[in-house]
Design a protein around this ligand. Structure first.
Ligand SMILES: C[S@@+](CC[C@H](N)C(=O)[O-])C[C@H]1O[C@@H](n2cnc3c(N)ncnc32)[C@H](O)[C@@H]1O
Length: 410
């Protein structure tokens, strides 16, 4: 075992140790006033050192719980700003990179869910779309959505070939490539809000990356959206000092609409930067409640992004861009076309907008390009080196959290 405070060697690593104040709350956890108080959001929890029972496994949740709320259900969401902002980010990201490709392209959408991005692709020069997901129920919704788009918008003019495949994309025994016609090659692979489910183990991430690169053309892009580990770790450390955060749970932060809860802060060292699990809850029109109405969070795994970048290199994928949503938004709002789209797509009348801004800043975009000739083309600072013990001094990236900018509202 290794203990960052006492300089002891052990089999575990502490990802969150930060300041002397935390030392107290950790070592005296039983007497700690924070661990005693009930959380207003999850009344069933007695303390923070419980098992992981309050988390639903991601695959289980999407396979068994999720149901399409329909247009009315979506409109009823209290986090409409988050939903519409995220959609704008994805639309811009897709537009930007398909524009760089500059030709009729083919796309593989990994973890495509209910096909929420279909229309975004159809607005660009896509000729082949293949969507894959573990949830058959979600794929049925995606096919319904496709039918509707075709009938309402294109009628006989629809030219895009579309296929949907049910598969666990990181299960080592997966058959994704066998299910895709061997002549198909992809210019673009996307993965939106789904990559974290694969970070349970290194083996799973590697399996997933094989799926990404197997049919990706040289010079093709792998783009997507994920949780920003910088922001998660920083908020976890600052949780007691943030006026909007809960202060009564040790490893939990959030606001009225979301929470992120770690159940442990020491993780097995032999797993490296994998399996760092937490429960994530975001209020939505799709509520995550069990039979007796208790809120459940969905289990996700922290992506130590710089480690992911290193791993990607082994698969001939080179980072070209990484940005927190807020920075990506600030940069792209300068483009007239994207600015227009922003005011068309994004719902700014949603309530508690500040709290919703907090949520969108939890995410980042990424873009990799396949082929060694594209190495070192990244357009943002990337001098991070992975160290197993993450303390305030040895984790440069946690000093960073984007500023909340609202002056650009009209
Ligand atoms: C938050 S949804 C994102 C859906 C869509 N990409 C979007 O942006 O709207 C996450 C998706 O990942 C899928 N997923 C989770 N674990 C998976 C796995 N092991 N293999 C394939 N898909 C998985 C879920 O079924 C779900 O549809």
């Amino acid at each position: 075992m290794s203990d960052i405070e006492n300089n002891k060697e052990d089999d575990e690593q502490n990802f969150f140790k930060s300041n002397p104040e935390e030392k107290n709350t950790e070592t005296n956890s039983k007497n700690d006033k924070y661990s005693q108080s009930p959380n207003p959001y999850s009344k069933s929890q007695k303390n923070t050192h419980q098992s992981n029972e309050d988390m639903i496994d991601g695959a289980t949740y999407y396979k068994n719980f999720i149901r399409d709320p329909g247009i009315e259900g979506r409109k009823a969401s209290r986090v409409l700003f988050v939903r519409s902002f995220n959609n704008w980010i994805k639309a811009v990201l897709i537009n930007k990179y398909t524009h760089l490709l500059g030709y009729d392209y083919s796309v593989l959408d990994l973890g495509c869910g209910r096909g929420g991005d279909l229309n975004k692709f159809f607005q660009t020069k896509v000729k082949l779309y293949v969507g894959a997901d573990i949830s058959e129920e979600s794929l049925k919704n995606a096919m319904e959505r496709l039918k509707k788009i075709k009938n309402e918008k294109y009628r006989d003019n629809f030219k895009v070939k579309c296929y949907f495949i049910t598969e666990d994309l990181s299960e080592s025994n997966n058959h994704l490539m066998e299910k895709i016609n061997s002549v198909f090659r992809f210019d673009l692979v996307t993965c939106n809000f789904s990559l974290h489910y694969h970070f349970q183990s290194e083996e799973r991430v590697r399996t997933f990356l094989v799926n990404v690169v197997s049919r990706l053309c040289d010079g093709g892009y792998f783009i997507g959206t994920i949780i920003d580990d910088n922001v998660i770790v920083k908020r976890l450390r600052n949780r007691k000092y943030n006026g909007n955060s809960y202060i009564d749970e040790k490893f939990k932060f959030g606001n009225e609409f979301y929470f992120c809860q770690f159940y442990q802060k020491r993780f097995n060292k032999s797993n490296g930067p994998y399996g760092i699990k937490y429960g994530f809850y975001l209020e939505d029109s799709l509520d995550k409640r069990d039979e007796i109405g208790q809120i459940k969070s969905v289990k996700e795994y922290l992506i130590i992004f710089e480690e992911f970048v290193k791993l990607c290199k082994e698969y001939d994928l080179y980072l070209v861009e990484k940005k927190n949503f807020l920075n990506f938004y600030q940069e792209n709002l300068k483009n007239n076309q994207y600015e227009k789209l922003f005011y068309k797509m994004v719902n700014l009348n949603s309530s508690s907008i500040n709290q919703q801004w907090e949520i969108v800043q939890l995410y980042r975009i990424f873009a990799f390009r396949k082929g060694k000739q594209f190495a070192n083309n990244e357009n943002s600072n990337n001098n991070f080196k992975y160290v197993p013990f993450l303390s305030q001094t040895n984790i440069p990236f946690t000093n960073y959290e984007p500023e909340l900018i609202q002056s650009s509202f009209k």
